[in-house]
Design a protein around this ligand. Structure first.
Ligand code: PBG
Length: 343
């Protein structure tokens, strides 16, 4: 015999009594009503597409850890930029895989106006002037040790790195970059870059600060893409943020805004939605997330195993950034989602 009382005990209140007749399911009952009350939407205008460039002609190298992503020679990067512009993607972010022979202790090749990043910028701007180009001024693809800064006696030296990053930013701006996005997390880099850009007549070139970049395990596939995985010894904890911290993220962003950042970015993305929301509420700045390589590859891998619906997971993750307060998202899904949004 069941000794428990039935769910609806004598005298229990009805659901309408419990809820005061407020029923949130009413607006969820049909597709039309769900669409009507939807609070956030993803549009192609929210997308920034990170692409990888490599030496050569007609080169389209698959990146094993990033299914569907390729290293492109400049000629093919131009083709992809044309496709992106046609799809309505507002901007590209370029990252180089630099020949190993050109990498050194200080990342000096970043200062070569003819390096692959600057050639890619010029070629894309030439062919597709209507698309925005965002370049990273960090040293990691150019150093022989894969760190984002100049390494001396086991230490990433801050001020010397800032000088070099600022000089690189000027060269990138001269090549046609519209936004400089330094990802190195050195102290004072935003002010250093702003001063250098202004001193050289690039007042209109904007700075997207990787304001809060966390020391993260989610960058793994990117390091394969740019060829730093085998070079990097140790970790980046002396310059990237501790992923346990949130107040410090606010201080980092505050500092970058004071130094002249035009836009803020949080990186990685999905594990840091709380940081995005905090920064948006605190500063009301144009705020972006970088859905990084590991986030992309996890969705792709689970999809190819048949464990999740990759397309739905992609859209859900991107909309989550909007809900958290993002104005836009750097994502390797950009062309795929742009096609989908068009259809
Ligand atoms: C380094 C840099 C990283 C990424 C872009 N630039 C992180 C790193 O290698 O430590 C990560 C991008 C991604 O994972 O998609 N300046």
């Amino acid at each position: 015999m069941n000794k428990f009382t039935p769910a609806k005990a004598a005298g229990a209140r009805s659901v309408d009594d419990v809820t005061g007749s407020r029923r949130l399911r009413r607006m969820r009952k049909a597709d039309w009503s769900r669409r009507l009350v939807q609070e956030n939407r993803l549009s192609v205008d929210d997308l920034i597409w990170p692409i990888f460039v490599v030496e050569g002609r007609n080169v389209r190298e698959p990146i094993a850890a990033m299914p569907g992503v390729f290293r492109l020679s400049v000629d093919l990067a131009v083709k992809e930029a044309e496709r992106a512009a046609k799809l309505g993607i507002p901007a590209l972010a370029t990252f180089p895989n630099v020949d190993l022979g050109l990498r050194d202790q200080t990342g000096s090749h970043i200062l070569d106006p003819e390096n692959i990043i600057n050639r890619a910028t010029r070629a894309i701007k030439d062919a597709v002037p209507e698309i925005g180009i965002i370049t990273d001024a960090a040293l990691d693809p150019f150093t022989s040790h894969g760190h984002d800064g100049i390494l001396r006696d086991g230490i990433i030296v801050n001020d010397e790195t800032v000088e070099q990053v600022a000089a690189a930013a000027v060269i990138q701006a001269a090549a046609g970059a519209d936004i400089i996005a330094p990802s190195d997390m050195m102290d004072g880099r935003i002010g250093g870059i702003r001063d250098a850009l202004d001193a050289n007549g690039f007042q209109d070139v904007a700075i997207m600060s990787y304001a809060t970049k966390f020391a993260s395990a989610f960058y793994g596939p990117y390091r394969e893409a740019v060829g730093t995985a085998g070079l990097l010894k140790g970790d980046k904890k002396t310059y990237y943020m501790d992923h346990a911290n949130s107040d410090e993220a606010v201080r980092e962003a505050e500092q970058d805004i004071a130094e002249g950042a035009d836009m803020l970015m949080v990186k990685p993305g999905l594990p840091y939605l709380d940081i995005i929301r905090r920064l948006k509420d605190e500063f009301q700045m144009p705020t972006f997330a970088y859905q990084v390589s590991g986030e992309y590859s996890m969705i792709k891998a689970a999809d190819s195993n048949g464990w999740i619906d990759g397309e739905k997971a992609m859209l859900e993750s991107l909309l989550a950034f909007k809900r958290a307060g993002c104005d836009g998202i750097l994502t390797y899904f950009a062309p795929e989602v742009a096609v989908m949004l068009k259809g």
